[in-house]
Each structure stands twice: as structure tokens, then as C-alpha cells.
Ligand binder design. Structure first.
Ligand code: FDA
Length: 307
């Protein structure tokens, strides 16, 4: 219930303005977001890669309302890729993009988002790295996968995200468990209706395990995006049963969450990638993190009270 309420509040513009302008919020945001500038981001991913981790960088933004905004977001990704290449980081750092940030929800949005994503894929390839397309709420799942399919005709290295809570996802996993396909499997972070998604945690967890099994048995490259010890343990067991070598799948976690566990898994020889968000438009990302876990809310409350 707390999660549902928090996700609903996250769409409220008055609350958004209050939180963004409130000084102590910043301190908490810094735990989950690598900073507001490109310099902050490069410093953060440099630190992660130096400690043996991989990274994927998200230039924060969603709900883009103008073409200029969409094009500016794409331009930010080109700058980001240029800086990653300059810093010699592209062997271990890729980028993650949200298609709504690239214009998907605008009139004629599919063409705009596709054109912007193509620019980013081309720049990523030139820099020696890849793009993974994030998954947003269920109203854009079909459109997102259609754009990904199109991108993969020219850039087959492009990956995407599937959300285990959606009833459709086992079928999508089967469709995408093919050679060369990079699929990031997460539980799903949006407030979805029961008609399209599992809502009880036990059902989401069971669905995640089913999807994981399909991906691990298949021929693609599974990216196991979860902080849940049960999911991680299952992923390693399923990979073992499928006879997968450690370089044929990845474990992925968000920046600032279970950093000790990220380091521990990497030290055991697993490929561990950290999802690193940066930028000024952190509000939507940040409130989804708060909604995920009561402990994150408590952390937020304590920080606001200065404890
Ligand atoms: P969940 O929240 O179910 O928690 C299960 C257990 O994990 C907890 O009981 C605890 O043991 C452990 N745990 C979780 N959080 C912890 C914390 N902060 N500290 C300590 N232990 C913790 N979603 C989406 O809809 N679209 C997307 O594109 C993406 N992309 C994405 C990329 C990556 C790399 C990750 C890791 C996640 C996403 N997500 C996402 C978010 C995802 O859907 C989901 O909301 C969160 O990962 C939370 O689910 P978990 O599986 O991590 O654990």
C-alpha cells in the first residue's frame, strides 16, 4: 500500500516542486544519484570501474513534452558517450536510455524517439560500447519493443529491459532468448493494474524466477537486475544448470544499493554492472526508489530530520 501511495504521490506536481526545492532532499538523493553533472557521472563510473565493476549510465529524464527537449536529451547522450570514450571507459561502461525521454510520448513520438535512439546507438558503436533501452509503464511496452526491434536491425548489440511483473513477460522472454540478445530482467517499478501485472510480491517473485529460467536456458545474454538475494542465488544456480560460463550473463544493481554485495559478487568472478543515473531531472527515478522499500523511506525521513 505504501508503495502504491508513494508511486501516486510521485506523479503530483505540487509534491514534486516541494521536494525538488527542499534542501535536505539533496543529501538523500545523492545516495541514489551519481550527481547532476557529466563530471560527477564520469567520476562515479571511474570509481566503480577501478574497483572491478561494470556500469551502465542513465542520463535522467522522462516525460519529455517538447521535440527540443527530446533532441537535447539525445545530445546529452552523445556528450556522455564522447566523455566516456575520452576517459577510456567504454570497454566497461555502456548507456541506458528511456524512450519517453527521447520523445516517445510526443505526437509522432515513435519516429522522433527512433531517430534519437538511432543517433545514440551510432555514437555508442563508434565509441565501442552499447545501448540498453529501459522499460517504462505498460502503456509503452509494445512501442518500446517495436523501436528496439527496429534498432536491432542495424545495431543488433542493442539490449532492452523486460519486467517480470507483467503477465506478458514469459512470452517476451521466450521471444528474446536468442543469440546476441541482451535482456535485462527486472521485477518492474511502476504502479500497474492487476489486468496487466502481478501485484502481490510473492507472485512477482515467482514470475521473476520463471522468466529467469527461460532466459538462462535460452541463447541470449541475460542481465539479472535485482538486489534480491533469492533472485541472485537462483540466477547463479540456473546459470550453473544451463552450463553458462561467467561471461555469458551479468548481475546488475542500482547505484547506491547493496554496494558491498556488488563488490562481493564481483570479487567472486561474476560480471556485475551498476546502473548509474545522473542529471538534474532525478525526481521520478528517486521516488520510485523510495517506493520500493520501506527502509528507503526511513532513510529519507531520518535524513530530513538530520539524524
Ligand atoms: P525487491 O525490492 O523486491 O526487494 C527484495 C529484497 O532485495 C529485499 O527484501 C532485500 O533483501 C533486497 N533489497 C532490495 N533493495 C535493497 C536495499 N536498498 N538494500 C538492501 N537490500 C535490498 N524497473 C523498471 O520498471 N524498468 C526498468 O527499466 C528498470 N531498470 C532497472 C535496472 C537495474 C539495473 C535494476 C537493478 C533495476 C531496474 N528496475 C527497473 C527496478 C526494478 O524493477 C525494481 O523495482 C527494483 O530493482 C527493486 O526490486 P528488486 O528485485 O531489486 O528487489
Amino acid at each position: 500500500m505504501l508503495r502504491t501511495a508513494m508511486l501516486a504521490i510521485s506523479r503530483n506536481e505540487t509534491v514534486r516542486r516541494g521536494m525538488v526545492g527542499f534542501g535536505p532532499t539533496k543529501k538523500v538523493v545523492d545516495r541514489f544519484v551519481a550527481g547532476e553533472t557529466l563530471d560527477d557521472c564520469i567520476t562515479a563510473v571511474g570509481r566503480l570501474t577501478a574497483s572491478g565493476l561494470l556500469a551502465t549510465v542513465d542520463h535522467l529524464g522522462e516525460d519529455t513534452t517538447t521535440r527540443d527537449q527530446a533532441d537535447a536529451t539525445a545530445a546529452s547522450y552523445l556528450d556522455l558517450l564522447g566523455r566516456l570514450a575520452e576517459a577510456g571507459l567504454t570497454a566497461s561502461v555502456e548507456v541506458s536510455v528511456k524512450l519517453t525521454a527521447l520523445g516517445l510520448a510526443l505526437p509522432g513520438g515513435r519516429e522522433i524517439a527512433t531517430a534519437n535512439a538511432e543517433r545514440i546507438c551510432a555514437a555508442a558503436r563508434a565509441a565501442g560500447t552499447t545501448v540498453t533501452v529501459d522499460m517504462e509503464d505498460h502503456t509503452v511496452t509494445d512501442a518500446t519493443l517495436a523501436v528496439v526491434d527496429h534498432l536491432r536491425e542495424t545495431y543488433p548489440e542493442t539490449g532492452t529491459v523486460l519486467q517480470a511483473y507483467l503477465h506478458r513477460t514469459p512470452d517476451d522472454c521466450a521471444r528474446y532468448a536468442v543469440p546476441g540478445m541482451r535482456i535485462r530482467l527486472c521485477k518492474g517499478a511502476y504502479n500497474e493494474p492487476a489486468s496487466v501485472a502481478h501485484r502481490a510480491k510473492a507472485d512477482v517473485d515467482a514470475a521473476y524466477l520463471d522468466c529467469l529460467r527461460i532466459l538462462m536456458k535460452g541463447d541470449g545474454y541475460p542481465m539479472v537486475a535485482s538486489h534480491d538475494p533469492r533472485m541472485i542465488e537462483a540466477a547463479l544456480a540456473y546459470a550453473d544448470v544451463a552450463g553458462r560460463a561467467s561471461d555469458t550473463f551479468e548481475l546488475q544493481m542500482l547505484y547506491g544499493i547493496r554496494a558491498d554485495e556488488q563488490a562481493r559478487l564481483a570479487a567472486l568472478g561474476h560480471r556485475v554492472r551498476v546502473y548509474v543515473p545522473y542529471g538534474v531531472d532525478w525526481y521520478g527515478y528517486f521516488t520510485r526508489r523510495l517506493a520500493e522499500r520501506p527502509a528507503n523511506m526511513l532513510f529519507f525521513g531520518r535524513a530530513l530530520l538530520g539524524r
